[in-house]
Design a protein around this ligand. Sequence first.
Ligand SMILES: C[S@@+](CC[C@H](N)C(=O)[O-])C[C@H]1O[C@@H](n2cnc3c(N)ncnc32)[C@H](O)[C@@H]1O
Length: 323
Amino acid sequence: MTDATGRTPSGSRAATGNTDILTSRPMSVQSVINGATKRLVAAGIDTARADAEVLLADFLACERLKILTSGNRILTTEEVDRFTLRVERRATRCPLQYVLGRTEFLRRSFQVTPAVLVPRPETEQLVEEALKSFEGLPPDRRLTVIDLGTGSGVIAVSLALATAQARLFAVDVDPQALTVARDNATALGAEHKITFLAGDLFAPLAGFGLDGAVDLGVANPPYVPSGDLAGLQPEVRDFEPRHALDGGPDGLTVIRRILADAERFLKPRGQILIELGFGQAPLVREFLASHDDFDNILFLKDYQGIERILKASYYPWAARLQS
Ligand SMILES: C[S@@+](CC[C@H](N)C(=O)[O-])C[C@H]1O[C@@H](n2cnc3c(N)ncnc32)[C@H](O)[C@@H]1O
């Protein structure tokens, strides 16, 4: 990096040629942004300019606003070369968050790798809804919470940090995902509140004395219908873990399993919150109607008006007859 005079450490003049191409030579911040944007546009990325700015701000370890006001600053040839590698990775349609190695979730920075789904804004709503279960609780009351399919751990970690009253169990079938979740919990200071378990849905919870003892079950399970996977944007289809996306023929395979098995773990009046895909609410409604074990069934809409979150209370007939 050099100052705005255009002098590189070796004293040569900053290149003044075609500023729209990223090449191995000293370049101004403005030229690098233009070159990266052009490369990302050519790769078919709609958010090319914004991505170029975010990548460069991250590369230079400064705020995005700062690079926008430092257009004349010069990057050395070596810096341009290293930055070009990141742009090329994004140009393969690798998600921006994997290139950065992190993402924001509820105003916290979480590590993400290709072993985990990139957390989506809709899931923030699920966490905010889950936190309502803690409102008005006496300070000494603890709630046992399970997060099924924890991925990067954003749900479990966010809940652990937002309330002192949660005792959390976070499960994922993929041990590599659990490593990311654990690292996030440690980095954010929540590791002592969460038990991380590898395995299939409820199976690894056996032996923890949780039968009929869980107050709240949360899940953002794989829910994309298998037949829709091929039509997803390349970032999702080619880079995110298939087992984090593929929900079987109608997308509901894992969701039905969670609802059918929840009875073993949830307390009567325990709550379940599950993120759903577009258009799945009617099918879930139908499934629940044939089971009769849940009441207070709500389908909460996301900011686009899509019924996104199933919220229901476990209330089996045996408990209803007793009350
Ligand atoms: C859609 S991702 C959600 C990740 C994270 N909770 C989030 O909201 O960003 C689904 C996660 O469920 C995990 N998963 C898929 N099938 C599972 C199963 N049968 N048992 C446990 N975890 C499973 C995947 O490995 C993946 O991490």
